[in-house]
Design a protein around this ligand. Sequence first.
Ligand code: ASP
Ligand code: MG
Length: 433
Amino acid sequence: MQELAFKYKKAYMIVFKFGGASVQDAERVRSAERILRLHTGQKIMVVISAMGKTTNALEEVAVAFFKGNRQEALDLFHAVRDNHLEMASRLLLKELPAARERLSSFFTEVEWLLHDRPVRGYDYYYDQIVCIGELLSTAIVHAYLKEQGHLAEWMDVRDIIRTDDHFRDAGIDWTVTAQQTASGVLPLFRTVDIVVTQGFIGSTDENESTTLGREGSDYSAAVFANLLDAENLTIWKDVEGVMSADPKLVPEAVRISELDYSEIIEMAYYGAQVIHPKTIKPLQNKKIKLLVKCFSDPSLPGTVIHEQRPSGLPPIIVWKHAQALLHLHSKDFSFVGEQPMAKLYGILDKLKLKPNLIQSGAVSVQLCLDEHPEKIDRLCLSAADIFDVEVEKGLSLLTIRHYSEDVIQRHAGGRNRILSQQTPETVQMLFRK
Ligand code: ASP
Ligand code: MG
């Protein structure tokens, strides 16, 4: 094992992650194969998400099942099944029977479960059902790679990634996962060049499936990059690379060619839809480069994310709409000290709410949060024990990193600003329509 780990270290092993959009139809699966062909000669761990909107569709299956609507759940699931069968027959010829067999075993797994009655919590069933999306997509992609002559192996990641039983938001057991990677993944590369596996899912020590949180495939890929000491991780995306703003909202958005780990974490924190925030740490720990590359044109340079901070980052602009602002006033004009604040944080933690902005004064606190209707109502209700509460909805939050007065003027000028907060690096402004 020692020798093997050494042999495939650095310079050899790379990790690719293809998201749901990159495998949503047969044409895209063909493009993914072409990308892999461009990297012939390298050992590649390929981590894949569920196809297109499959995860959302499976969530609906889980909801229907849990409500006790068995027939509805089965019908919804059969639509997912048929999609995948159709995709398989579009892509495969020689490998079709083997692929069908593998797919069928997963269909059966879910159908059995759907014939039962729910006796455990929703999150448990969610994970047992939703994890199938990744198992199906990887089975198809793997069969297609074989059909195209690649030396590729399919791997059930649930045999490798060990998690706790915090269903829907499972935490990875790094020790067991590292051991299982060494004994279960590395040897595969002795005989094949490509190992295809699932993002987003794992398993408990009791063989129950788990998921790592929505959009968690980036994180899975980073875990493998770390444990395999990969030379780099490439996330293949629909965009040119990491952009300075969402091009749909800000026409002057540009591609950023180089970023450091902390900047990308900051961007995700302020709401830029770039990469799952958990992805960075496993990479940073081993200084593994993250490349964000354009799926539809792999010749484009994309974005490199690494340790060194590049000089002269462009202004980064993040718009978040549908924001709620809570004004919390202390009852009877007493100071808002540690105790009420601690209670407030306790409530936020319990509701799993993360404020996008907090501003506190002597007798009041203001919180800006995503407008999650039901959670905001519960927050207001709980906070009313400590504060007088007012809430305003329908607001927009603008965050600019590396700002200049000029940039602020251009994006915020003439708007109805009701709150702002500024550090040397970041300015945040909240607007009423
Ligand atoms: N398929 C999962 C989701 O849609 C995981 C991922 O795509 O990263 O959230
Ligand atoms: Mg996805």
